[in-house]
Design a protein around this ligand. Structure first.
Ligand code: ZN
Length: 307
């Protein structure tokens, strides 16, 4: 029987404590999610060697997408959330499943932009203007795709706008990543609260008051609040009920076999060029930056397996 930690699959010895909580409130007229994502965002940072503002942007998107993954019903369902901006980061791509596994990468990893103000990274400036695209692969012949314009590039506001526009679900999204002086991730996490169609005005009023009085996500995490306790704050007075708590992990499903398949699918002339170069070929997985090396012999075998 595999334990929860080894299910993360990054490193079987490394025990991750990241958690996603799924809850409901006000007689199921409100649903809510919260995540502590410090370790998975730190893993993403070291894998992709990201600068602080990219760590924050990617970390927010990883946290948001991980919660959106848990919203899906089937364990084979996948959700991909992309931020495509004209700022220096370019594109952020994150994929999540419904089991708390998430992976993602930035187009540019070493971006620096001036701080918004002392101690505040300017994620919006690093992302720029553009679009947010959500692709949901739930076993239908074509994935469901929803696209909205970015509101601010700050990610949480953009996801809030996406839920309202594309899914007609009024939502509040809070996301936060706090970076240490040594550039590692001090705190990372977030929450999503959504109103179901039968939510009453009274419920909405209570929720609005709670959100107004809420500290920032990183303030709550640094005060020691767990994802469950964050939801208790967000859903105060609305009889919150936790439905599920599960580990969240940065997990990539790449393998040497998959990389081989992608090499085999290249035109034969490309493979011949690689062989004629006479040097080993290094292929990196975009999502986790893992390196796979193929010798001239390996490439020759792959080419010959085509015919
Ligand atoms: Zn990978």
């Amino acid at each position: 029987m595999e334990g929860a930690a080894s299910k993360c699959g990054i490193d079987k010895e490394r025990k991750m404590s990241d958690m996603i909580v799924r809850a409901t409130a006000a007689d199921d007229t409100v649903r809510a999610f919260a995540i502590d994502s410090r370790e998975l965002v730190e893993y993403a940072r070291t894998s992709h060697d990201t600068s602080p503002v990219v760590t924050a942007a990617l970390g927010r998107l990883l946290s948001g997408a991980a919660m959106m993954g848990v919203m899906m019903k089937d364990e084979r369902d996948l959700i991909t959330v992309q931020i495509i901006g004209d700022g220096p980061i370019g594109r952020l791509t994150v994929t999540a499943d419904n089991a708390g596994n998430v992976k993602g990468f930035p187009q540019e990893n070493m971006v620096e932009v001036p701080l918004k103000y002392e101690g505040k990274l300017n994620v919006g400036a690093a992302v720029g203007n553009g679009i947010l695209r959500v692709m949901r692969d739930i076993g239908a012949p074509e994935p469901f795709v929803g696209t909205v314009d970015l509101v601010s590039g700050e990610i949480a506001e953009d996801l809030t706008y996406y839920f309202a526009q594309s899914e007609q679900t009024p939502s509040v999204v809070g996301l936060g990543v706090l970076i240490e002086k040594d550039l590692s991730v001090a705190y990372s996490g977030g929450f999503i609260v959504q109103l179901m169609p039968d939510a009453t005005d009274e419920t909405i009023t209570v929720l609005e008051e709670n959100i107004k009085g809420l500290k920032s996500v990183t303030e709550m995490l640094s005060a020691g609040l767990s994802p469950e306790q964050i939801l208790e704050e967000v859903l105060k007075g609305l009889n919150p009920r936790v439905l599920e708590t599960k580990p969240a992990c940065f997990k990539c499903d790449c393998s040497r076999e998959r990389i081989e398949e992608s090499l085999i699918s290249l035109p034969e002339s490309d493979l011949t060029d690689m062989i004629n170069d006479g040097k080993p070929v290094e292929v990196r997985c975009q999502f986790c930056n893992r390196k796979y090396e193929f010798s001239v012999d390996d490439i020759t075998k792959l080419r010959d397996s085509k015919s």
